[in-house]
Design a protein around this ligand. Structure first.
Ligand code: PMP
Length: 419
């Protein structure tokens, strides 16, 4: 048995749902380790979406015909599924196009509502993805607020001490990733909430939501944003959760059809939550597909997925640490989840990634992972000629220890080849 989390039979059923895993890449079985960029898509979710598109699709909310009502019900059911998944209320769930849109939405809405004012401070961390960094840095230049950072250590780790040190800043807003897409570190969100009691807490859930159930009420986060495509769902659909009382207060980011109550030539009043934030025709089938995805993940057992990924993450880290010719970034403990960013000494990450694909059928990501400022932190702590980028291997629940073994074999081959 490959894992105690599920039987071989159940696991085979999971694999059957991802036909691409049987594909040969350069004569080798595909080993897909680029899940942090985007996960594979499940056949059963796609089949349900195809049925939706072929037999029930229409625009939503507007018309009174049967198809419109079926599509509207499916769309609103998807919202309810997301709400239940996060322990939120349906009116607190806004569909967006993804994490990037969610953060841009929040920065703009918080400024327009007068909640984020000139001279206020927004605290983010040095490990943020550009999606949770560029909007703050750039818009601070227009609106006059300050962006400060929780410092990362030389391995890119956000320590408890660094979080405590930032307390004296008394930020109006803390916007932090739930898990770094480079260092793999899961952030201590409970601790962050406790330390920054009086701040608005925004969590970038792009990496954490796909493999850890977040209870927004228990965590007491004010806003949570994530993308469907990193958890089997289609691209172009994402979620912004916001506490009802805050969503009621903030100004929409996008204006247009459907988000209004009354419009005159002079003014406008807004629709009720959450429609006030869903201007224009939405990615209807995407939202419906995200709902089907949540059904699917729950049918497998989200807690099992969480446990299995933790098990795989520990194995990945342990096997990578065995390689003395590899430099690894991020924490060396069990806060390091689902991915490892690394460099093979003396070999450019693009070459490593290319050889892994060409000779072993292993898909990894190489580059700066949309975290250029973090690359400069890692460069300072690096013992090698740091190439300002890394290779990243990331797992999801359809991966196996054997996939990781193939990655390790590939890395040993690369070392021999370059010698
Ligand atoms: N934040 C993190 C931590 C991410 O890993 C990503 C995607 N790599 C994003 C934000 C942006 O997500 P999207 O491209 O789906 O908007």
């Amino acid at each position: 048995m490959h894992s105690a989390v599920w039987s071989d039979e159940d696991f085979c059923k999971i694999l059957d749902d991802f036909p691409v895993l049987k594909r040969q890449i350069n004569g080798k079985r595909l080993v897909y380790l680029d899940n942090a960029a985007s996960t594979l898509k499940s056949k059963s979710v796609i089949e349900k979406m195809t049925d939706f598109y072929l037999n029930h699709y229409s625009n939503i909310h507007r018309a009174v015909h049967t198809l419109a009502s079926e599509a509207t019900v499916a769309y609103e059911e998807a919202r309810e599924k997301v709400a239940k998944f996060l322990n939120a209320k349906p009116e607190e769930i806004v569909f967006t196009s993804g994490t990037t849109m969610g953060i841009n939405f929040l920065v703009n809405s918080l400024v327009r509502s007068g909640i984020l004012k000139p001279k206020d401070t927004v605290l983010i961390s040095q490990v943020e993805h550009h999606a949770n960094l560029v909007p703050w840095v750039r818009l601070s230049k227009f609106y006059g607020f300050n962006t400060e950072y929780i410092k990362a250590d030389e391995k890119g780790v956000i320590t408890k001490e660094a979080i405590l040190k930032a307390k004296s800043i008394s930020p109006k807003i803390v916007s932090i990733t739930g898990q770094s897409n480079v260092t793999g570190q899961e952030m201590p969100l409970e601790l962050i909430r406790e330390i920054f009691k009086d701040s608005i807490l925004i969590v970038d859930g792009a990496q954490i939501v796909p493999h850890k159930r977040l209870d927004v009420k228990k965590l007491d986060v004010d806003f949570l944003v994530f993308s469907g495509h990193k958890m089997l769902a289609p691209t172009g659909i994402g979620v912004l959760y916001g506490k009802k009382e805050l969503l009621e207060k903030i100004e929409p980011f996008l204006y247009g059809g459907e988000m209004i109550d009354k419009v005159t030539f002079e003014d406008v009043t807004f629709n009720i939550l959450p429609y006030k934030f869903e201007a224009g025709t939405q990615h209807i089938a995407g939202a419906v597909g995200l709902g089907y995805t949540i059904d699917y993940l729950e049918s497998i057992g989200f807690e099992k997925i969480e446990r299995y990924i933790s098990e795989l993450s520990q194995y990945l880290l342990k096997r990578m640490l065995e390689l003395d010719f590899v430099e690894i970034y991020g924490p060396v403990d069990d806060s390091h989840k689902s991915l490892v960013a690394f460099n093979v000494k003396g070999v450019h990450p693009h070459d490593v990634s290319h050889i892994l694909d060409e000779n072993f059928g292993v898909a990894t990501r190489s580059g700066h992972h949309c975290a250029q400022p973090l690359m400069s932190v890692l460069a300072r702590g690096s013992k090698i000629d740091f190439p300002n980028s890394t290779v990243r291997a990331s797992v999801y629940f359809y991966n196996t220890k054997e996939d990781i073994d193939i990655l390790i074999e590939g890395l040993k081959y690369i070392k021999r080849w370059f010698e």
